[in-house]
Design a protein around this ligand. Sequence first.
Ligand code: ZN
Length: 156
Amino acid sequence: MRFLVDSTAGKLSRWLRILGHDVEYTSSLSPGEMLQLARREKRILLSRNRSLAARDSSVATTLEADGLEDQLYQVGHQFPALERAVPFSRCLICNRVLETVPKERPGNRVPQYVCQTQESFGYCAGCDKYYWKATHWEGMRARLERIFGPRFSELP
Ligand SMILES: [Zn+2]
């Protein structure tokens, strides 16, 4: 799914990327510009700001809760396809889809002990950054399982 998230829900934008969705984040566009961008790129605009959905509910959805988990729950309920992405498949910094690269590729870019525990790495060509499934991934996975259920009982 494709989303546009504004500065009222910055944390949510990161978690939608963790779930594997295409998320544009903006803190600088005006309401009119955000609605325009959402229409042009067929993105769902998510915001705590009610005036956006009041102006065009066909592209904008109001987030009812302040808390991240309630927001994820709401979006998952409203858009069931949310759960069907591939989690941990996208760069959390720039939104690009990660390449899967063999464990030999990063060389000395990642610590030796990490290479011993991983079969492969995710690589973002945009940020020149390697991702791997370390303990913080397990924490994220557990949180997704708490919100969405057993679909997230294992890391992909
Ligand atoms: Zn990146």
